[in-house]
Design a protein around this ligand. Structure first.
Ligand code: NAP
Length: 338
């Protein structure tokens, strides 16, 4: 029997995941959809053969819903995830797990009380082929002990609603998760440097930013966030170790020769760059949820990313090096990770 999924939040990525669940992933069907815009939920439900519901609470409580996918706005995540865990239903939550670290801790406590993993957080880069190859190489010791990591996250442009804090909370949150996962170490402090701002930005926005992180083992990582770079969606990561350096491969694109040039197209859209990773991520979630559990990035990873995010936002405000305030990791979350 296929996994019967209820979706809460049918905006941009919610619609992407509904399409993915209905046309790409195997073993699942969307049976319930809720969105604040009820007409949108109804339209999507009609198109997919699902039921439209008035609220996320209704979706989670419905006996026909086996598992829950939360793609509503960030501040609503914690309540939906807590309700799903209370109902004993596997739940996929897009990042962030919660906008407050204290809410992440409540989810952790609820999941531990349940006694089995139910929560997967949407850090899809862990399913990207290039990042997985990079991790295998680092884990195998091919470049020796890691010492430094250089990352860049560049978007062509962002809308006027994008704020300086979102450079961390919406954008670099992916790099924070990648750093923790690649290095298998926690981040202990954050600092933010602000270069000359680009003139191609809205006046309220500090862009670009350089975030500097230190891990518990002393690895230093710099993350350039430049969200009005104009030319493309460009994600970079290089790990430098004692005996070598390893770089995230660029997405494979044919080299074109013409007009006396040799050129390769640059990806411009994050959905294209990480499309395969999203597919693999949701398939992994469906497979685990069908067994009544969860895999991949867990509630602890969600908590750690939010805690580092809080320190980084504080560092942007104060221009100081800000220590990350984190609880000790419960034994429940120390098993083998995706
Ligand atoms: P969006 O387009 O604004 O969609 C969110 C949807 O949720 C909207 O339709 C919103 O309705 C609805 N909603 C809000 N509160 C709700 C509630 N209590 N119950 C039911 N529906 C509710 O945002 P988005 O870009 O899809 O982002 C959604 C989440 O996914 C965010 O947390 C974002 O950070 C994350 N995300 C992750 C990635 C990634 O790379 N992994 C990429 C994009 C987004 P209204 O419009 O009426 O408020």
């Amino acid at each position: 029997m296929s996994l019967r999924v209820g979706v809460i939040g049918a905006g941009m990525i919610g619609q992407e995941h509904i399409r993915r669940l209905t046309t790409v992933v195997t073993g699942a069907e969307v049976v319930a959809i809720a969105d604040l815009a009820t007409d949108r939920a109804e339209r999507l439900a009609a198109a997919t053969g699902a039921r439209a519901h008035a609220s996320g609470t209704e979706v989670i409580a419905h006996p026909d819903v086996h598992a829950v996918l939360v793609t509503s706005s960030g501040p609503t995540h914690a309540d939906h995830v807590l309700a799903a865990v209370a109902a004993g239903k596997p739940v996929f939550c897009e990042k962030p797990l919660a906008t407050a670290a204290t809410d992440c801790l409540r989810i952790i406590q609820a999941e531990i009380a349940h006694g089995r993993r139910l929560v997967q957080v949407g850090f899809m880069r862990r399913y990207d082929d290039g990042y997985r190859r990079l991790k295998r190489l680092v884990d195998a010791g091919d470049i020796g002990v890691p010492l430094m990591v250089h990352c860049a996250h560049r978007n062509p442009t962002v809308p006027v609603s994008y704020t300086s804090e979102m450079a961390m909370l919406d954008t670099a949150i992916h790099e924070v998760d990648v750093l923790r996962w690649l290095l298998a170490e926690e981040i202990v402090s954050a600092q933010v440097l602000t270069p000359r701002p680009t003139r191609r930005r809205f006046e309220h926005l500090q862009d670009p930013q350089i975030m500097l992180f230190e891990t518990a083992g002393g690895v230093r990582a710099d993350v350039e966030v430049f969200v009005n770079c104009q030319y493309g969606y460009d994600i970079r990561c290089e790990v430098v170790g004692e005996t070598g350096a390893a770089r995230l491969p660029d997405p494979a694109r044919p080299a074109v020769r013409g007009d006396a040039r040799d050129s390769t197209a640059v990806v411009t859209d994050w959905r294209e760059r990480f499309g395969d990773a999203f597919d693999a991520e949701i398939q992994a979630w469906v497979d685990a949820a069908s067994e009544g559990t969860a895999t991949g990035p867990d509630a602890w990873d969600g908590y750690a990313a939010t805690a580092v995010g809080d320190a980084t936002v504080e560092a942007l405000k104060t221009r100081e090096i800000v220590p990350v305030d984190m609880e000790p990791r419960p034994a429940f979350y120390t098993g083998a990770q995706q």
